[in-house]
Design a protein around this ligand. Sequence first.
Ligand SMILES: NCc1[nH]cc(CCC(=O)O)c1CC(=O)O
Length: 306
Amino acid sequence: MQAGYDVSQFTIATRESRLALWQAEHVKALLEQRGHEVALLGMTTRGDQILDRSLSKVGGKGLFVKELELALEEGRADLAVHSLKDVPMELPGGFALACVLEREDPRDALVSPHHDSLSALPQGSVVGTSSLRRIVLLRALRPDLRIEPLRGNLDTRLRKLDDGQYDAVVLAAAGLKRLGLAGRIRQLFEPEDMLPAAGQGALGIEIRSERSEVAEVLAPLASQSTWLCVAAERAVSRALGGSCSMPLAAHARFDGEYLQLQAAWGDPERAGVLVRARGADVIADAEQAAALGEQVAARLRAGGAH
Ligand SMILES: NCc1[nH]cc(CCC(=O)O)c1CC(=O)O
């Protein structure tokens, strides 16, 4: 144990969107069940403030985590809870992903006031999303749709849909379910049709690497099977230098022995160019999972991804 830290009491740094607060409260409750005292430190990040431009244009995933990392660095908080999908592949020096919790539904969902599925949308309907991954995958399924930018937290996106600005929007099922909004889902896309982003649906807990006593407290919250899946998914993204400006999808399934990994890459410059690759192997640890991810990334590259 390190001097100067009280290991029975923890502060969680969190963004203040309803989803981020739900996720932080979830981890708080899990730690409290184990007898720890936990406080939340809410903060606004640059990613929450910039709502008029797509993430890929303003600096990517790191925008949501930097302020939280500063709080960890300055000792104002001991851990930060993130949607793993928003966590960059390489953390800055001194920070570590201590724990990944069991994944919620990793699928994308269609929400629409008047239509039951993507295929039921009339020709030329307006679909809202700013995710480059969702844009290229939607184009592959329905080239006739008009895809319009949509940013903001979940509540903002649903409000814009309800205001009539879009015929449908595509959102992560996990966020909707966590906020009690599962009733708004009209269609859950099978991963084969709309391959999820690396880490989608999983929560990751970040700490300062030197705080091994915090890592020990978090260890019992971890899911080994989710850890192996996201190790493979994130390795695909890391190998391709993935960022928000690259349309990239990676999704793994693990049956306790065998890990199946699928990935897709779209050309940001040339609409319609979509490369898919897959791989599978018996996997026993995160290094092997990452190696499988690198293999699948190499297959994407061989198919034209760069
Ligand atoms: N990029 C924003 C974001 N980050 C995590 C989630 C949802 C929940 C998750 O994947 O854990 C969302 C919303 C969305 O993509 O619809």
